[in-house]
Write a protein of this length. Structure first.
Length: 175
């Protein structure tokens, strides 16, 4: 059984702190090793988005490729006239709509027309959001403000070895 380490006297701790300070400051490899000792591995793992949500990044890449969605959203449109923004939005809308249709089967959560009266005998909190003056218990009577959307199937392309989902669109360099 290992005995617990003995405390280091203050003078030695000051000397160690000074030596390690400069070593960490000027030696990147040593700094990385010191960090491994000080920071738990869970905190060291920098959350790479492709590990957290590859499908979300892949979808965003598809929306960029088909509709230039990221380009549009990253652009500061405050200086453009509304006519130009509307024209750009139409192009983005068409491309993104094609991408959704190609890779997802989507249907409304509710079949009724928006603005129509509905009676809810039960409420699935995942599929229906009650808004307004909500009180009491079911059945609820109200007006359908939004039909909602549900994904029935997803058809994302298979990723190939070396695919980097973080690159939504590669930089283009014309030669």
């Amino acid at each position: 059984m290992n005995a617990s380490p003995r405390p280091v006297p203050l003078a030695r701790r000051l000397w160690l702190a000074a030596v390690y300070f400069f070593r960490i400051l000027f030696d990147g490899i040593f700094a990385a090793r010191a960090r491994e000792l000080l920071v738990p591995a869970v905190l060291q793992a920098e959350a790479a988005p492709e590990r957290a949500a590859p499908g979300a990044l892949q979808l965003l890449g598809l929306l960029q490729r088909e509709g230039r969605l990221v380009d549009f959203l990253q652009q500061d449109v405050s200086a453009f006239p509304d006519v130009e923004i509307g024209a750009a939005a139409r192009v983005v809308h068409d491309g993104c709509r094609r991408a959704l249709a190609a890779h997802f089967e989507i249907q409304p959560v509710r079949d009724e027309r928006e603005g129509s009266g509905v009676t809810l005998e039960t409420v699935d909190a995942n599929a229906i959001k009650l808004v307004g003056n909500v009180s009491g218990t079911a059945p609820f009577r109200g007006t359908l403000r939004h039909r909602g959307w549900r994904v029935l199937s997803v058809r994302l392309p298979e990723t190939v070895a070396g695919f980097d989902a973080n690159v939504l669109a590669p930089a283009e360099v014309e030669l």
